[in-house]
Design a protein around this ligand. Structure first.
Ligand code: ZN
Length: 226
């Protein structure tokens, strides 16, 4: 039992270290281009402060009440410094407003409902589990063809929804290039890898419905549709 516990602690430690190292590497990569940007400078300070807390052994402890922030919270936001209990009513309501705006933006990313393109008729149902989600549903018209994407980003909430919107932008940039579906999936995979955290991933099916009635799909990890 004890060894199982210490293994769990080590693996959480490894994950946090790798999250922080990843952020430092990102900072190094882009620091030259963004030296004048104040939001970027704040971000550098926050990552730096997280490292200092880590080295001092105070990482993951709420700076207000000394309570533990919890593994889930830290994996979702490795730079977190206070627990949500410390938020004032005003801060909580600001956070709720942010979530509502994010949900609205996410709904705006959904494709058009109930329309026809050539001989194809398109409709879908989308029921996210929470206010924002990592579910990705898309239909993109390119000439006579229809492309559709159904995907699921790992995890829940804001982090998953951010990656989902990134995935959507990737597909909207790649599909007009009219590459083969396998090439599109490979490029999307590489691009997503650059912007995701090491514990995030996505599974999806991307398909092309041609005007002649043919459907071609590429399946990246959604086993039920194999
Ligand atoms: Zn606290």
């Amino acid at each position: 039992m004890e060894s199982a516990q210490s293994m769990a602690i080590t693996s959480f430690d490894d994950m946090i270290q790798s999250e922080l190292i990843e952020r430092l590497e990102t900072l190094r990569r882009v620091s030259q281009q963004n030296a004048e940007n104040s939001a970027f400078a704040n971000f550098i300070d926050e990552v730096d402060a997280a490292w200092k807390r880590y080295e001092a052994g105070t990482y993951g402890i709420c700076e207000v009440c000394d309570g533990a922030l919890g593994a889930d919270r830290l994996l979702a936001d490795p730079l977190a410094r206070i627990c949500l209990d410390e938020l004032t009513g005003e801060q909580r309501s600001a956070l709720e407003n942010d979530l509502q705006s994010a949900a609205e933006i996410q709904r705006g990313l959904l494709p058009k409902r109930d329309f026809a393109h050539g001989n194809w008729r398109v409709d879908f149902a989308y029921h996210p589990h929470s206010i924002v989600s990592g579910d990705y549903c898309d239909v993109i018209v390119e000439g006579d063809d229809l492309y559709f994407v159904l995907g699921d980003v790992s995890g829940k909430g804001m982090a998953a929804s951010l990656l989902m919107s990134n995935l959507q932008a990737i597909f909207h940039s790649l599909l007009p290039l009219r590459l083969g579906l396998d090439e599109i999936a490979e490029r999307a995979n590489r691009l997503l890898l650059r912007s995701s955290l090491s514990n995030q991933f996505a599974t999806l099916v991307c398909g092309k419905a041609s005007a002649d009635g043919e459907i071609e799909t590429v399946n990246a990890g959604i086993c039920r549709l194999c």
